[in-house]
Write a protein that binds this ligand. Structure first.
Ligand code: BES
Ligand code: MN
Ligand code: ZN
Length: 500
């Protein structure tokens, strides 16, 4: 999307098909617009003034007759007092503005950006840019237009109007928001592609393209090198499929030579049928989203490079299908992981931890300062936290806390679960060092505990995104049904904060 900052002239003269103003809860519960912009635009006696509401979801659209200036002025209730404003409220307000533009079939809008003591100008502009760019995204690659009455409106251009006059830091913040949201949209597009069009080698192709575009070093390991590396667990998952596995490594060299990197690892399972431990058919099509962690890591790397973050950062994405071909791994099979740890595969549907353990072990060679992985790893996290929080677990309380804080800022919130040693007993195997499932109790924790066996003493945290990477798109204006791109902005924000 084309984003601009409005720098000169009164609102009345801003030429736009749609100017959107936020309505906040003012003194005595009265609806109020920042800087009394509503009054300036309409004059105090306009009849619709009495219809304004600050409550969330309230909308008033008025049409102006004057030949110049905004054609329409819309008022959207933000559901907040000025003193309660935060980034997420502005992101959602901007998203609502895009939805309104779509319903009016307007492709260009202007947005008055609210700010307050709790949310400064730059933070508000970053959030507004994010909300606009995220809300405007759609997956249209596979639509030909056949059967559609009308092509959907795509908002292509937006102007942000600062309440307090412009400043260079607001322009910078807007640009930062655009980069973050475009990266998240990049992840969404990748997530949305079906399994037949986004195989492990397709993902690797995309990683190479993004590497060229953003100046990342990309290395792709195919079956031969994976065998040479001894990645028996990743290879075992892939052996039931006609598609070859890949391991993608993306490097951003923003720091000094030899500075320990931050490492991001993402599960890139391009389709999870469950393997021999086959999943039930209902909703299985959603298992094309089982590469969401990988998509977020690839996309976060583009944001890290795009923002020029002064740190060494590495993204690692193991990628495979999980099918049930004639040579598929079977329950009871024992595989040797890259680390040397042997694993009894009790359930072939617990494949995410298998491809991740080899990737984590591989990443240890880089001697990371800290490592975060993200994966659509367990159905149990959806039972525990639903669709509103990422499950976070790790060996390092600092990293866990940093991710929680970054999640508050980005709206991609994380909630911790314990990773006590006691849970390790659920993974004990008769035959091998470990088994790949820990039974019904605490499924999200035992999955993380499995990964924990491979990270040694590296500060590490794991994000279980099975409930948050995609969904119905209800309740949050800047999401649609399908891919969410989560946790692209969260990972990038964590790296940003770590870079001081
Ligand atoms: N990809 C699934 C987890 C998942 C479930 C993601 C629902 C998104 C929505 C993962 O590979 C899986 O199948 N996990 C199993 C583990 C079990 C066999 C221990 C699960 O959660 O049922
Ligand atoms: Mn599975
Ligand atoms: Zn899976």
């Amino acid at each position: 999307m084309d984003l601009h900052l409005h720098t000169t002239g009164p609102l009345k003269e801003l030429s736009t098909p749609l100017l959107v103003l936020p309505v906040l809860k003012g003194d005595g519960g009265q609806p109020t617009t920042p800087g009394h912009a509503g009054r300036e635009l309409a004059g105090p006696d306009e009849r619709w003034q009495g219809d304004l509401r600050w409550q969330p979801g309230s909308r008033v659209v008025s049409y102006r007759d004057s030949a110049s200036g905004p054609r329409r002025v819309a008022f959207l209730g933000m559901g907040k007092e000025a003193g309660e404003l935060d980034s997420e409220a502005v992101r959602r307000f901007a998203g609502e503005a895009v939805r309104l533009a779509e319903s009016l079939r307007v492709t260009d809008l202007a947005l008055l950006v609210p700010q307050s003591t709790t949310l400064d100008g730059p933070a508000a502009h970053q959030a507004a840019a994010e909300g606009l760019v995220l809300a405007a995204w759609r997956f249209r690659e596979l639509k030909t237009g056949v059967g559609e009455d009308e092509a959907p409106t795509l908002v292509a251009r937006a102007t942000l109007v600062p309440v307090g006059g412009e400043s260079s830091s607001e322009a910078e913040a807007m640009e930062r928001g655009r980069i973050l949201a475009e990266a998240e949209n990049r992840a969404r597009t990748l997530q949305s592609r079906p399994g037949n069009l986004a195989t492990p080698s397709d993902l690797a192709q995309v990683a190479m393209e993004w590497g060229r575009e953003f100046g990342l070093e990309v290395d792709v390991l195919g079956p031969e090198r994976l065998r040479a590396e001894g990645m028996g667990a990743l290879l075992a998952v892939a052996q039931g499929s006609a598609q070859e596995p890949r391991l993608m490594v993306l490097r951003h060299r923003g720091g000094d030579e030899g500075e320990p990197p931050l490492v991001l690892v993402g599960k890139g399972l391009t389709f999870d049928a469950g393997g021999i431990s086959l999943k039930p058919p209902k909703g299985m099509e959603d298992m094309k989203f089982d590469m969401s962690g990988g998509a977020a890591v690839l996309a976060a790397m583009t944001a890290v490079a795009g923002l020029g973050i002064p740190r060494n950062v590495v993204g690692v994405v193991p990628s495979s299908e999980n099918l049930l071909g004639a040579s598929a791994v079977k329950p009871g099979d024992v595989v040797t992981t890259r680390s040397g740890i042997t694993v009894e595969v009790i359930n072939t549907d617990a494949e995410g931890r298998l491809i991740l353990c080899d990737a984590l072990d591989y990443a240890l060679e880089m001697e990371p300062e800290a490592m975060v992985d993200c994966a659509t790893l367990t159905g149990a996290v959806v039972i525990g936290l639903g669709h509103h929080a990422i499950g976070v677990l790790g060996t390092d309380d600092e990293v866990v806390k940093e991710l929680q804080d970054a999640g508050e800022a980005t709206g991609e919130r994380c909630w911790p679960l314990p990773l006590w040693d006691e849970y390790r007993t659920q993974l004990e195997s008769e035959t091998a060092d470990l088994k790949n499932v820990g039974g019904r109790p605490a499924g999200t924790i035992t999955a993380a505990m499995f990964l924990r066996q491979f990270v040694k003493d590296t500060p590490w945290a794991h994000l279980d995104i099975a409930g948050t990477a995609y969904g119905e798109g209800t309740g949050v204006s800047y999401l649609r049904k399908g891919a969410y791109g989560v946790p692209t902005r969260l990972l990038t924000e964590w790296v940003l904060r770590r870079s001081g």
